[in-house]
Design a binder for this molecule. Structure first.
Ligand code: G1P
Length: 297
């Protein structure tokens, strides 16, 4: 029996400079899509995939994240008193079981690989997931759940993968495909943010990973790579060299790059339109906006 994946690491130490000045005082992960912060989408996806322990790799200035996942006694009492059961209900998803959430600080911004390595003692000797909350994925079956189901068949390491335009490969970890099995690919190499002409394919890594604990030993020895940072991509590539299995899963769903302003706006529109309580009013507004813009052209 393969060991179940019950722990997930959420690297949330980044400065979020692309969203300054907003991120001067709020963590990027608390920025909201409609009425839920980015981090809530990541947590919901992890829960759906069977994750029971949530490990946050944070940095200075991220205390709003810790408060978000705690009880808010005054607020809860006020809502209870007013009989606002729907709002109390909406807050339920923000509450974690005691001991289910842990925070580790990454003291220096040394890269994604280093952030994951910071969590090594909490991960221990078992497979674990990594979720990058910037990558929001709308899917009928949540992306990590799709991955866990595939992983139960394959074992090894797995990354979420998506075809991107060739000129965009330099923004991603890119897979060197050994064997294309349909939705799954077996990977023979991975390159972090290659120049377009050096990219081994246009199959990019999206921020969901299932990793074997051996990667932590590899990360122990990693030197900095692209951008002068310790890259998770490089450690996974090392695993392949050492004989480990790595798979990419072309997940079913739509990914939004909420690390960019344009991606965040697209996600806001898409999630707004998908919400039954907002759909009618919001789609009327969007249609009117598009019509008036066309008329003005
Ligand atoms: C990170 C990873 C990269 C991956 C990307 C997905 O890069 O290093 O391999 O393709 O997330 O969003 P970042 O976007 O944090 O620079």
């Amino acid at each position: 029996m393969r060991r179940k994946v019950t722990k997930a690491v959420f690297p949330v130490a980044g400065l979020g400079t692309r969203f300054l000045p907003a991120t001067k005082s709020i963590p990027k992960e608390i920025m909201t899509l409609v009425d839920r912060p980015l981090i809530q989408y990541a947590i919901d996806e992890a829960r759906a995939a069977g994750i029971k322990e949530f490990i946050f790799v944070t940095s200075r200035g991220k205390s709003a994240l810790e408060d978000y996942f705690d009880h808010a006694p005054e607020l809860e009492a006020a809502l209870r008193q007013k009989g606002k059961d729907d709002l109390l209900d909406a807050m339920k998803d923000t509450i974690m079981d005691s001991g289910a959430i842990a925070y580790i600080r990454q003291h220096k911004p040394l890269g994604l690989g280093h952030a994951v390595w910071c969590a090594r003692r909490l991960i221990g000797d078992e497979p674990f997931a990594v979720i990058l909350p910037d990558d929001v994925i709308a899917a009928e079956k949540p992306c990590l759940q799709q991955m866990v189901e595939s992983y139960e068949e394959t074992g090894g390491n797995m990354v979420a993968a998506m075809e991107v335009a060739p000129e965009k490969t330099s923004s991603y970890g890119v897979l060197d495909v050994a064997e294309d099995l349909g939705s799954l690919v077996r990977v023979k190499g991975m390159v972090e943010k290659p120049k377009q002409e050096d990219a081994p394919s246009n199959l990019a890594v999206i921020g969901r990973y299932i990793l074997t604990p051996n990667i932590l030993k590899t990360l122990n020895k990693m030197k900095s790579g692209a951008g002068g940072e310790i890259q998770l991509t490089d450690a996974i590539a090392q695993e392949i060299v050492a004989g480990g299995d790595v798979f990419g899963l072309r997940f079913r769903g739509q990914r939004f790059d909420c690390g960019s302003k344009a991606g965040f706006l697209q996600a806001t529109v898409a999630f707004g339109l998908s919400r039954p309580d907002l759909r009618d009013e919001f789609s009327t507004y969007i249609n009117e906006l598009v019509t008036s813009q066309k008329a003005a052209q």
